[in-house]
Write a protein that binds this ligand. Sequence first.
Ligand code: CTP
Ligand code: MG
Length: 171
Amino acid sequence: MTQIPLPELALVALIGASSSGKSTFASRHFGPYEVLSSDQFRALVSGSEHTLDANEAAFSSLYHVAARRLERGLLTVVDATSVRAEDRRRLVELARAHDVLPVAIVLDLPRSVLDARHEARGDRPFSEAVIGRQQTDLRRGLRGLGREGFRHVWTLRSVDDVDAAQITRVP
Ligand code: CTP
Ligand code: MG
């Protein structure tokens, strides 16, 4: 079982391909206001979670709200795929700017699980090929997360691993 001792002063990046279970994990382990989801921000700024050209507005809004929370010392969880280094760099910078620890919780599930979930959902208007690319990007970057600035990295590699993970808050 993976025990995740999470510092209270942290910016937590949930990292994983679509359908890896980030939003499910977030709602299970964190309070609703602690979680900033890119889908939610896309919907807030554009009216739909799927608006393709709303990424910039969505993420700039998400970073802004994250910054306001971190100023208050509030633990903040970013629920976005963050599979590319350039997406993660912004989160590390944000954490450093507010003197909180950037930490990563990675959901790196087998492709077969991702594909089966994607197939069953029907609320993600893109093909399985997109998920394959996300997984490739993620795995390429995994070993470098510490070097990118993440101070703690927890990687969950199976459905059981994700189910059994326990988070404790440490001062
Ligand atoms: N799911 C599941 N069992 C789990 C976790 C998730 O069956 N232990 C299902 C969810 O019900 C959902 C799908 O898998 O239908 C994807 O889970 P979600 O948490 O939404 O994944 P995300 O990583 O948030 O996907 P996205 O990036 O597309 O938002
Ligand atoms: Mg999600």
